[in-house]
Design a binder for this molecule. Sequence first.
Ligand code: MN
Length: 497
Amino acid sequence: MFDFSKLELWFATGSQHLYGEETLRQVAAHAEEIARGLQLPATPVRVVFKPVLTTAESIYQLCLEANSAASCIGIIAWMHTFSPAQMWIAGLKSLRKPLAHLHTQYNEELPWPTIDMDFMNLNQAAHGDREFGFLASRMRLNRKVVVGFWRDAGVLQELAVWARAAAAWHDAQQLKVARFGDNMRNVAVTEGDKVEAALRLGYSVRGYGIGDLTDQFAHISEGEIDRLTAEYDNVYELAEPLQKNGPQRNALREAARIELALRRFLDEGGFKAFTDTFEDLHGMAQLPGIAAQRLMADGYGFGGEGDWKTAALVRSMKVMAAGLDGGTSFMEDYTYHLKNGGQVLGAHMLEICPSITHDKPRAEIHPLSIGGKSDPVRLVFTAAPGPAVNASLVDMGERFRMIVNQVSVVEPEQPLPKLPVARALWNPEPDFQTAAKAWILAGGAHHTGFSQALTPEHLEDFAGMAGVEFLLIDSQTSLREFRNELRWNDAAYRLNR
Ligand code: MN
């Protein structure tokens, strides 16, 4: 789905020539050991040691190299000794890759009986990193600050979260989103400034007529359709009408044709995300259901009704979550259970990713009731219980805003035998009323990226890299503070323009 193993983080250690060659040799040895020791949990991004930086020229050069290195997704900076930060200005001014500041120290403990001024001069991160922090703050740099002993599990976990966000950021800079048809007519929140999205978030959105997709149908052979329907037979439980010799077997073959055509279109064009809309299906027998679901399961981003912002966000969340336990999907707050404190039933017309269930999905066919096309085939299942996040990206006019809600997915208290779509039932944090009020006050969309694998911190790090406003609704949220945050952010983003 996504391969982290070719990606690198560069470990940049700051020092200066003041201390002599012997100290610099020790600094280099320590830094190399730390870089080797930064084995990020479940995240096979290589941390690469770079020679110790002692001059403005070498810092500038390293930042230029990082910018142009295709494998480099970010820099981890650490000041073992004091590194006068004016040396860092030219380099940091030019740096275009994400920056993490690791505030650590080579030794975990003070050597009480032997500590002397040589030790003090070697192990100066306590003030060397403060000098670096001042400059980064003076420059208003977006960066993550991680504090603690470099072997600590918590430190490695924080860096792993940031590394996953950096990988998604790296992916977004080359991301192409294919958009079949326009946004669903008159919907506001799924609109947005695509030029600003390209400038701010990196990805480009390309519009196509649905005919560009249906043209692919002629190139799909019956043999390919045979093989894919056989895969459906093996992987899913099929409703009776879709089974071999069932009365609607041909609709399953049509769904397979759509999946094959979509996959070929996306792969030939280098697209990792796409949107469609039930309002624009000329030449299509049915709205892509199982196709969109299976493409999401393979790591493609998707947004319904022309929602290219959510399609791109789902792709970025897929990259951040790759290899972790739990799934990631396009989602919509669909309907409520206003008992049990208030619960949200999340679903969509069809397009929910089967990565979020442990059950064997059931392929079913039912009328869509809107769009006026043939009945679409879809996978039906219930999301696994446990913690999850919902994330929304909206265009506030002069900036993008990301809103994230921590939720807890629960088992539905009763079976839902007539519900013909995949679903997730959750309790939002801190409680239903506060979460829904805060979400609505923030202008969060009905469409979201939903993930059981990610935490709010992944999304906060990603938003930080993009310079996008980040609002979190979780167990700590109080509405009074949240309203103030909205007001103050409005002022802050205007002042910073
Ligand atoms: Mn929708």
